[in-house]
Design a protein around this ligand. Structure first.
Ligand code: GLP
Length: 237
């Protein structure tokens, strides 16, 4: 595990260079996308690099980690909407080559892994981390062999994410998420965390025991993970 500690701005720039490198050597790379506030700086930097002619996603494909159950892509809190507005509309990726788990037809969840496999597998999976250690929406207790599935969100996660909704009642109770195994199948992984609210869970995930109680701790077992932290998130390492 390689740990990079730098300012939020520099982290976005450094992480974006990983994408530049990957897409230069493999223009048809399969990218694993993430939502949340953490990747916003990286996405803005990728859009800037695209405008500057330094990166192209024309032949790339993407698979996002998760989606709320019950929200379709036109809902402004759906993760499809988030990806379109924060990244896809600002780069040259073909929108038909972007996938987000279907929050409406959830019985096709398991097909997502097959689709990823058929595409050749994810080259670079981006991850944020929840304060309880969740990756995607894999809450504590999720088995390590889980594939894409529907999960019930914990009250804590719903409360944390309610800041994006007008009330807690509007936060969906369920989500569909890549499983832990889906994530671990990626050839390489970037985990990003910013701010002091993530310091405790980052220390547990990176230095504590590998346990399903801290879903992100399994990343210790992946052969190619880079962790991008600002000094606040790295404070307890
Ligand atoms: C959500 C997403 C996660 C994300 C987490 C952290 O729960 N499902 O993929 O990592 O939030 O979000 P933030 O980056 O806003 O702290």
């Amino acid at each position: 595990m390689k740990i990079i500690i730098d300012s939020e701005e520099n982290l976005a720039k450094k992480a974006a260079q990983r994408y530049v490198k990957l897409l230069r050597t493999r223009p048809d790379a399969i990218l694993g996308g993430a939502t949340g506030s953490t990747p916003l700086g990286l996405y803005a930097e990728l859009a800037r690099l695209y405008r500057a002619g330094e990166i192209s996603f024309a032949r790339a494909r993407s698979f996002n980690l998760d989606e709320y159950v019950g929200l379709d892509g036109s809902h402004d809190q759906s993760y499809r909407y988030f990806m379109n507005h924060n990244l896809f509309e600002h780069i040259d990726i073909d929108i038909a080559n972007t996938r987000v788990p279907d929050g409406i037809n959830t019985d096709i969840a398991a097909a997502y892994d097959k689709e990823i496999e058929a595409a050749g597998g994810i080259d670079l999976q981006l991850l944020g981390i929840g304060v309880d250690g969740h990756i995607g929406f894999n809450e504590p207790g999720t088995p390590g062999d889980s594939l894409t599935h529907v999960v019930e969100l914990t009250e804590n996660t719903r409360e944390v994410n309610s800041r994006f909704f007008s009330s807690l009642d509007e936060v969906p109770t369920h989500a569909v998420t890549m499983g832990i195994k889906t994530v671990m199948n990626a050839r390489s992984i970037i985990l990003m965390a910013i701010g002091k609210s993530k310091a405790e869970i980052i220390a547990k995930a990176l230095k504590g025991p590998v346990t399903t109680e801290v879903p992100a701790s399994i990343l210790q077992l992946h052969p190619f993970v880079e962790v991008y932290l600002d000094p606040e998130a790295a404070a307890l390492l």
